[in-house]
Design a protein around this ligand. Structure first.
Ligand code: LER
Ligand code: MN
Length: 274
């Protein structure tokens, strides 16, 4: 059965973004554990934002796992992307993601490439951008494998990237790589904008689906928008998905309320007795 996770952001520049808990990692871990989550997903400014010792201590004392680490700070803080026309920016983007893979890897948590994929245009052709993206994934995927974890790549909606907007194009990208260690993140918010049938897209994604951002159509917690979850959950069962359903949602109406709503919806959908 999939496990539950909730997002925590420590990135000031991301204020207003879709993260349930903010700023205070010890409090976030306490609330995540009290609400009944299995894990947290951490959006940190960089690999040194929290010491490994502090993070291990918090995870252990609250019996939480680290589901994944986001790399978006590389974009929101440092303006680094893997498809920048500037070679030195691409290099620093790759280095940043490698350092985040090592940071999460200590805790068995994969890194997610979302906004750091960038976009094509302004002198960079689609083919060129996809070539650079493939190069980076082919380098970073094997690096993640050394920690025994995959690297996670996230298709985004059209307003956030023009590279890969659908699960099916994500699968094409995965199949074109030399590494077999990259998996797709299916974010239900992005999918609601781009896919014609979310359940069918997840089924077609099959074993390539490695992580889920569990959220409603409007980026509010699951159940507070208009997504129909039962067919989505049935699709995940049919592909034997056993990764995390991670709440990348707005703290609406506020953080603790968002966490409670998410876990209640998760339990309802999976018939878990809380
Ligand atoms: C942002 O829309 C998002 O989905 C993140 O997971 C990617 O950075
Ligand atoms: Mn996402």
């Amino acid at each position: 059965m999939p496990r539950s996770a909730v997002t925590v952001s420590l990135v000031t520049e991301a204020k207003g973004g879709p993260f349930v808990f903010w700023d205070d990692l010890p409090a976030a871990c306490r609330h995540a554990a009290e609400s009944g989550f299995d894990a947290i997903e951490l959006f940190a400014p960089g690999p040194d934002a929290v010491s490994q010792q502090e993070l291990s201590g918090l995870l252990q004392s609250h019996r939480l796992k680290l589901a994944a680490v986001g790399t978006g700070a590389g974009w929101v803080k440092h303006k680094l992307t893997l498809t920048s026309p500037d070679q030195s920016v691409r290099q620093r983007a790759t280095d940043f993601i490698r350092s985040m893979i090592d940071f999460g890897g200590v805790h068995g948590a994969p890194a997610i490439i979302g906004s750091m994929q960038g976009r094509w245009g302004e002198g960079v052709s689609r083919e060129q951008a996809m070539g650079w993206l493939r190069e980076a994934l082919n380098e970073l995927g094997p690096h993640a494998k050394r920690h025994g974890i995959p690297l996670i790549y996230e298709p985004l909606n059209r307003y956030e990237t023009n590279l890969v907007n659908h699960v099916s194009t994500g699968v094409e990208l995965m199949e074109s790589l030399q590494t077999d260690n990259v998996r797709l993140l299916a974010d239900l918010f992005h999918m609601n904008i781009e896919e014609s049938d979310l359940a069918a897209a997840l089924k077609a994604g099959g074993h390539w689906i490695g992580h889920i951002h569990f959220v409603d159509s409007n980026r509010r917690p699951a159940g507070y928008g208009h997504l129909c979850f039962p067919p989505i959950i049935a699709a995940l069962k049919s592909i034997n998905y056993e990764g995390y359903l991670s709440a990348e949602a707005l703290p609406w109406p506020e953080s603790i309320g968002a966490a409670r709503q998410t876990i209640e919806e998760y339990r309802r959908l999976f018939e878990v007795v809380g």
